[in-house]
Ligand binder design. Structure first.
Ligand code: 5RP
Length: 225
């Protein structure tokens, strides 16, 4: 099976976790896109969705799914999203698709987080995938110096094919920190959150996944945490 077929398989499996007549939190990225396409098939069964990015909101709307502002939604039954890395205890690195801050906010309001990922994302120790950190533009250099003290190699994310900084949906910039071996994800998340100028770090450890649907050659495996 190709990686896309594995992503499609977990996206289909995630439909079983959609709570009927509720508002669903929806993540960002290629796996989340497959999920949105599956969600469209049962759109009559849900009230609508809260999106974790402008791209996700556009795709949801394109399928005729109502998109709610999080400020108008007191509670979300389930949040469904991909990950760049996930551990055997449900901690994740996210933000490869640049939506980490809104993903974290929407996930924080959800009762349950269902991670959908192809099998390559399951790791013993996170850090091989560079850890994304969203920063206020004026704090870019100061935060980069602080992140370098953690032992990794921080690098400003650029707009593909340019030397210009990538700008997120929130007007922030992204610093990707390569070369970390994240032994204690909860502690590192708290430490990076303390750096002044950081908007959010793509470590989802204090609030990790409750369930991971993992796409493998032997079918979709369900991990619960
Ligand atoms: C976006 C994310 C994505 O969930 C993560 O990058 C995985 O993406 P994909 O499903 O395309 O592999 O965190 O900010």
């Amino acid at each position: 099976m190709t990686q896309d077929e594995l992503k499609q398989a977990v996206a289909r499996a995630a439909i079983d976790y959609v709570v009927k007549h509720e508002i669903i939190g929806v993540g960002t990225g290629s796996t989340a896109n497959f999920f949105i396409d599956e969600l469209a098939k049962i759109k009559a069964d849900i009230k609508g969705a809260v999106a974790s990015s402008e791209a996700t909101a556009a795709r949801l709307r394109g399928h005729g799914i109502a998109v709610f502002d999080l400020n108008d939604v007191p509670e979300i039954a389930v949040y469904i999203d991909g990950a760049d890395e996930i551990t055997h205890s449900g901690a994740m690195v996210k933000g490869g698709g640049a939506a980490l801050t809104r993903e974290k906010i929407v996930a924080s309001v959800a009762k349950s987080f269902v991670c959908i990922a192809d099998g390559s994302k399951l790791v013993d120790v996170m850090g091989k995938f560079p850890l994304p950190v969203e920063v206020l533009p004026m704090a870019r250099a100061a935060v980069t110096r602080e992140l370098a003290k953690l032992g990794g190699e921080p690098k400003l994310r650029l707009k593909p094919g340019t030397d210009e900084a990538f700008i997120t949906d929130n007007g922030g910039m992204l610093i990707d920190v390569a070369g970390l071996a994240i032994a204690d994800p909860v502690a590192l998340e708290a430490k990076i959150n303390q750096i002044v100028g950081v908007i959010a770090v793509g470590l989802f450890a204090a609030r990790g996944a409750n369930v991971c649907l993992l796409g493998t050659a032997d079918g979709v495996k369900t991990l619960t945490f």
